[in-house]
Design a protein around this ligand. Structure first.
Ligand code: SF4
Length: 68
């Protein structure tokens, strides 16, 4: 269930399908998507009306295996 501090993109953000491990995914979710989403690079793209690449992580790093 979505609560007040969740990122507004949390339902449809495609990054969730790209992680190889639940552990890594959950680290990002707890640090960004359910807490400090305004500092997420993906969120900032959306604020500017741009679609971020699917392989771009909230901290600006990339998921190399998701680039192809
Ligand atoms: S990755 Fe960023 S844009 Fe996507 S749901 Fe999490 S905080 Fe929002």
């Amino acid at each position: 269930m979505k609560d007040a501090q969740d990122c507004p993109n949390i339902i449809k953000c495609p990054i969730y399908e790209k992680f190889k491990t639940e552990l890594l995914k959950n680290i990002y979710i707890s640090k960004y998507c359910k807490k400090d989403y305004e500092s997420c690079v993906r969120y900032q793209y959306r604020l500017k009306g741009q679609r971020p690449p699917d392989y771009l992580l909230p901290d600006g790093k990339t998921l190399e295996h998701a680039k192809n």
